[in-house]
Design a protein around this ligand. Structure first.
Ligand SMILES: [Zn+2]
Length: 228
């Protein structure tokens, strides 16, 4: 369990509940108007790390004494390559395990993922803070593997939408789609985040029951194209 002590009491955008599930499972997205957020990282890095080792055994050469002046040389090289892997330490093993399986595109914006409630917008299943660029996934997303997958993919997708070079392409991919979060400046980003989740994890996203919309065609295909 971590403690967070935001120094400010930022104004936050309203957040809407999702579907008929109710308040508890709502995904929260906040934006801070004119405030500086301080979300201290209390130990442990949530940044992806890459670890890889290669071990090569020693090379031995043995020359046998021989009356015929010949020798036998034995050389053994046994490379052992360990594939690079992202290692996460969010504070929750389920979340760590899931993150290691997610596609690289979700990490293009470099947003660290924290387990816990968003310190500036408690207490929802997930949240994304654009400043700083951070994703939060809480215990409320642990109700099922599907919910955890959807919430995590959705929140990371916000970071990709808002903090990567894919921003314009993703926004264009949902242009003309109906409003899914009326009155919110996050409307476009919620569309994108859900479409990314639907594109990558359709079964889990459907099973979660937490989505803003179902990202119908042509939007889903357009988002898929924007992720290529
Ligand atoms: Zn969202």
């Amino acid at each position: 369990m971590r403690l967070f002590s935001p120094r400010t009491s930022p104004q936050t955008m309203r957040r809407s509940t999702i579907g008929a599930v109710g308040l508890c499972m709502a995904l929260a997205i906040i934006v801070v108007a004119g405030a500086t957020l301080v979300a201290p990282s209390a130990g442990g890095s949530d940044d992806a790390e890459r670890g890889g080792t290669m071990s090569i055994s020693s090379t031995s050469t043995t020359a046998r004494p021989s009356t015929t002046s010949t020798s036998t040389t034995s050389t053994t090289v046994a490379p052992v390559a360990v594939l690079p892997a992202r290692v996460f330490a969010t504070g929750n093993e389920q979340l760590d395990a899931l993150l290691a399986t997610l596609p690289a595109v979700l990490f293009e914006a470099g947003a660290p993922v924290h387990f816990g409630y968003n310190p500036v917008d408690c207490c929802f299943a997930g949240g994304y803070n654009p400043e700083p660029n951070e994703v939060w996934v809480s215990e409320k997303a642990l109700g099922s593997p599907a919910a955890l997958t959807y919430v995590t993919a959705h929140e990371l997708a916000h970071s990709v939408h808002l903090k990567s070079g894919r921003a314009d392409g993703l926004t264009a991919a949902v242009a003309g789609a109906p409003v899914v979060r009326a009155g919110s400046p996050w409307d476009d980003s919620e569309k994108v985040a859900d479409c990314v989740a639907w594109a990558l994890y359709p079964a889990e996203t459907a099973a979660s029951g937490l989505t803003y919309w179902d990202c119908p065609e042509p939007y889903r295909s357009q988002v898929v194209a924007a992720l290529q």
